[in-house]
Design a protein around this ligand. Structure first.
Ligand SMILES: [Zn+2]
Length: 357
């Protein structure tokens, strides 16, 4: 979840301080209708028609959860591997610190980075997108899909890294590893509304700001899976408890509600969450406003910002602990970064108060 960008002086990053062959058919292909359409490189019309179709049907559609084992923890950061007819893309490859794990997870499935065609970024926070530049360095043919607001910070992550550095002066490298720039020529700029094709998969891009102003979600029509990044909060596979992820700098709860409605409107059978894995109950994923109300009350009575953060973390940890066994509660708190959720909500509420006065 970690939050970079538009306000680079603000907090960035996550809350860890405590916390078959080459196919004959299509490449990952955006079919833009708009003027900002980006011509696809490498697109080839099918050159062979015939028996191969039966073969490719046998080939596969699969979505695989790749556990990045972030900070040595299973079920913390998930990358999604989409395969269709021998074409492969990864949704949110994770941070630079887990690049080797990602490579090993791919290798275990007989896939190299060179076999990937595209990276689909839900947003550019380091825990989702940090490894992208390293992957492109290894495979310069990779197409990287990212929302237009996030794109400049993928091309030049210096502001993003500077703000993360302020948050974690001694831990940035350990938490997130190396974050390399992505060359402009690899980028495919999204605004929402695009239809992508991977093999015979159809993937719809929906602009879903709220967690971040540049957040998009990807809807796979074939299996009814919505890759929602952090828009649906944190729900660690194996548990039913859902909690919001509200880091600075640019959460917006009102817009977030609209984005979540847009997700539900498309009736996905399952959500794929970065933190972590599948959820089969999409409608249970909204609980943003309860923690916003809690934050408002704490800010009203707390003696200082640090006291307010302590109160928020104690109260939310107590809530989490009511729903989860101790080990899982600690894992949620670590993965979601309760301190960052407080900072994001406090900033949001103060901004609103200032705007209203
Ligand atoms: Zn995240």
């Amino acid at each position: 979840m970690a939050g970079p960008m538009e306000k680079p002086e603000e907090a960035t990053g996550r809350g860890a301080s405590r916390l078959l062959h080459d196919s004959l058919l299509a490449q990952l292909l955006p079919r833009f209708a708009g003027a900002h359409a980006i011509p696809l490189r490498g697109w080839q019309l099918p050159t062979v028609k015939f028996p191969i179709l039966r073969y490719t049907t046998f080939l596969m559609h699969s979505i695989t959860t790749l556990d990045n084992l972030w900070m040595g923890r299973p079920r913390s950061i998930a990358a999604g591997l989409l395969e269709s007819d021998g074409h492969r893309a990864v949704v949110d490859p994770g941070p630079g610190s887990t690049l080797e794990t990602l490579q090993r997870q791919l290798q275990a499935r007989g896939i190299g980075v060179g076999d990937l065609e595209a990276i689909l970024l839900t947003h550019i926070h380091l825990d989702h997108a940090g490894a992208t530049g390293s992957l492109v360095r290894e495979n310069p043919r990779l197409a990287v899909y990212v929302h237009k607001i996030g794109a400049p910070h993928v091309m030049d992550p210096s502001k993003l890294l500077a703000s993360a550095q302020r948050l974690w002066p001694n831990e940035l490298q350990r938490l997130f590893g190396e974050t390399l720039p992505v060359p402009a020529e690899n980028l495919h700029i999204l605004e929402g509304g695009e239809k992508l094709t991977l093999g015979s998969r159809q993937v719809e891009v929906v602009y879903t700001p709220g967690h971040a102003s540049h957040h998009v979600s990807y809807f796979d029509k074939t299996e009814g899976v919505a890759f929602v990044g952090d828009t649906a909060g944190v729900r660690i596979e194996g548990n039913s408890f859902v909690m919001p992820a509200t880091p600075p700098p640019d959460i917006d709860l009102g817009i977030w509600d609209t984005s979540f409605a847009a997700i539900l409107e498309r009736k996905p059978a399952r959500l794929f969450l970065t933190h972590f894995g599948y959820s089969d109950n999409p409608s249970e994923h909204i609980g943003l406003h309860r923690w916003a109300a809690l934050t408002a009350e704490i800010l009203r009575i707390a003696a200082s910002d640090s006291a307010a953060m302590d109160s928020f973390m104690s109260a939310t940890y107590a809530e989490i602990s009511q729903h989860l066994p101790a080990g899982e509660a600690e894992h949620y708190a670590f993965t979601a970064g309760l301190n960052l959720s407080f900072l994001g909500l406090a900033r949001y509420l103060r901004k609103r108060a200032t705007a209203a006065s």
